[in-house]
Design a protein around this ligand. Structure first.
Ligand SMILES: N[C@@H](CCC(=O)N[C@@H](CS)C(=O)NCC(=O)O)C(=O)O
Length: 94
């Protein structure tokens, strides 16, 4: 299982940071997962020049530029922190 996040990973308050919200929900559901950070954040103009390159894999996997996105071991893609949190709550780790 792999969680793609922005450059700050899953740190910060879940209420303020979507990637933190996803990470916290997976932690609470008892999952171990890899984290892959991607660059190119829209509120950081200096990251725009490499944005298309940095977010290419996200676009290919989810059709959007936004993280977090979660890739399950069966290859299923869940994008958006709310959907990831809902999935984790409904599917606690065995
Ligand atoms: N509604 C989305 C918002 C996610 C979001 O804004 N993610 C930031 C990183 S924390 C991002 O990738 N923004 C898109 C961008 O920089 O273009 C969610 O809750 O997952």
């Amino acid at each position: 299982m792999k969680l793609y996040t922005c450059g700050t990973g899953t740190s910060g308050p879940a209420a303020m940071h979507p990637c933190a919200r996803a990470g916290k929900a997976l932690d609470e559901a008892g999952y171990k997962y890899d984290i892959e950070k991607v660059g190119g954040y829209r509120l950081m103009p200096w990251t725009w020049k490499n944005r298309a390159r940095d977010r290419k894999v996200i676009k290919e996997l989810s059709g959007t530029n936004e993280v977090p996105i979660l890739i399950l071991d069966n290859g299923e893609v869940i994008s958006d922190s709310g959907s990831i949190a809902k999935w984790a709550k409904e599917n606690p780790a065995p």
